[in-house]
Design a protein around this ligand. Structure first.
Ligand SMILES: *Cc1c(COP(=O)(O)O)cnc(C)c1O
Length: 486
């Protein structure tokens, strides 16, 4: 191979293809609605179109781009489609996409302050800006992770580290003479908390699921009973999670009452605001966050409802020294003068991973490009649209609301007049969801609330407007009539 065949591709290729890709992205964002939201791909269909061996000789960027459009794109479910209302919608916003390009170009690894001072300091600054936007007091300190699952897991690790006399970090759990550690969540808490407990050796059986009340919030009396029972059996309650904006029904746990109990029984209080936490930015929604200032840790996901491309989760804690105690480990080859002098922060000390992407850059672009006012008006509009959709559901004789609408998520179901057979209603709603999703026009998801098959319409994409919500509502009504009346 000639010398000029190794090294990176020529910059001319980058310029030409780079401009083409920017144009492609702009067209895509303009025309996302022309694609079916939910991919129509069948299992294995993408794989079957791809060679089963890697190419031996170089291929042109142009040919890769053709295959991207012809093979990959049909297998894409379009999260950036304004009628993506499943799970929780997300946005690849313009400032976010642009910043991702720069992040890739710099290819910084922010493991130490030294390995890119700007990556560390921008992470500190943007997380402090976000803290202020969320209305959290000074002293709350954050770290960026890839997901709420990871944020909650490191918070649970800090909680475990905070229990005196265990020293699990050094000795491990097996064979040690320690009480069973107990964590408390609600029946509606996100599964990631249980997964974190699995990873940390707490064990699924020691994650106690507390029932919820009619508004889908944790039943605090039941929590207290469970905690007292465990203490009487010699177990050690150490962690409780309250959620602001649950995944199924966007419910809110009674954080002040949970905080009282956490304080009384010396448990670490973690608040999961992966989705709902963002609403704290909106002044009239601040009341939902009463008591959060008493928590020990909090997770919010800018990649869910703050227009940040995947992925970026923020884990805040009032005890950064404990989080650091749980994770810091300094091998000789990572020592630096400034680390030894304690004048800087090395983010590798605040979580599992050593190498870290420069995620703060996109958050900085987003906070600046929209500003506090721009973020508030966008979140406010999503909540207005959810209320509007909820009012249509409420006024319809053939549909009903299934949970209070607190944020931008609507739980509802089809319920034709005079039908009271729950099994039939479950069937109808499952069929309705499949029908609207197969249309390619919208994508919604479901949950079960008190055993009832419930449809969820989540609003969170930056391009969603009233027209899209109307379109979703018309489609749901039309398909419901077809299914029910034939
Ligand atoms: C989405 C969600 C999570 C998980 O978020 P990831 O970033 O995907 O790990 C956790 N908790 C709540 C309440 C969520 O809505």
């Amino acid at each position: 191979m000639a010398h000029n065949d190794i090294g990176d591709l020529p910059l001319d290729d980058f310029r030409r293809t780079g401009h083409e890709i920017v144009e492609w992205i702009a067209d895509y964002l303009e025309n996302t609605e022309q694609y079916p939201v939910l991919s129509r791909s069948k299992p294995g269909e993408i794989t079957a179109q791809l060679p089963d061996k890697p190419p031996v000789t170089p291929e042109s960027l142009a040919s890769i781009l053709v295959d991207f459009q012809e093979i990959i794109l049909p297998g894409i479910t379009h999260w950036n489609h304004p009628n993506f209302h499943a799970y929780f919608s997300t946005s690849g916003s313009i400032p976010g996409i642009l910043a991702e390009m720069l992040t890739a170009a710099l290819n910084v690894n922010g493991m130490l302050w030294r390995t890119s001072p700007a990556a560390t300091e921008l992470e500190e600054v943007t997380l402090d800006w976000l803290r202020q936007l969320l209305g959290l007091a000074e002293g709350w300190d954050g770290v960026i992770t890839d997901s709420a699952s990871m944020s909650s897991m490191i918070a649970m690790a800090a909680a475990r580290e905070a229990v005196e006399g265990l020293d699990i970090r050094t000795k491990g759990m097996a064979g040690a003479d320690i009480p069973l550690l107990r964590a408390y969540i609600s029946e509606q808490t996100h599964s990631s908390l249980e997964k974190g407990a699995m990873v940390l050796g707490i064990g699924q059986e020691n994650v106690v699921k507390i029932p919820v009340d009619a508004a889908n919030g944790m039943d605090v009396a039941a929590l207290e009973t469970a905690v007292l029972q465990d203490i009487s059996e010699g177990k050690r309650p150490f962690f409780v999670c309250a959620t602001v904006g649950t995944t199924s029904a966007a419910g809110v746990d009674p954080v002040p009452a949970v905080a009282d109990l956490a304080q009384k029984h010396n448990m670490w209080l973690h608040v999961d605001g992966a989705y709902g936490g963002m609403a704290a930015i909106v002044p009239e929604k601040q009341y939902l966050f009463a008591g959060v200032d008493r928590a020990d840790s909090l997770v919010v996901n800018p990649h869910k409802w703050l227009f940040t491309p995947m992925d970026l989760s923020a884990c805040y804690t009032r005890h950064p020294h404990i989080l650091k105690r749980a994770f810091s480990l300094l091998p000789e080859y990572l020592r630096s003068a400034e680390t030894d002098a304690h004048t800087v922060r090395d983010y590798m000390d605040y979580g599992v991973q050593l190498g870290r992407r420069f995620r703060a850059l996109k958050l900085w672009f987003i906070l600046r490009a929209y500003g506090q006012e721009g973020l508030i008006s966008r979140l406010r509009d999503h909540m207005r649209l959810a209320q509007l959709f909820g009012s249509w559901v409420g006024a319809s004789p053939d549909f009903e609301g299934m949970a209070p609408i607190v944020f931008s998520t609507v739980c509802f179901r089809a319920h034709p007049q005079g039908v009271d057979d729950e099994a039939k209603l479950n069937q109808l709603n499952e069929a309705l969801m499949d029908a609207v999703n197969q249309s390619g026009e919208i994508f919604i998801s479901h949950t079960k609330l008190q055993g009832k098959y419930t449809l969820r319409l989540a609003i969170g994409n930056i391009r969603t407007t009233e027209r899209h919500i109307q379109q979703a509502w018309e489609l749901l009504q039309k398909r419901e009539r077809q299914l029910w009346k034939g």
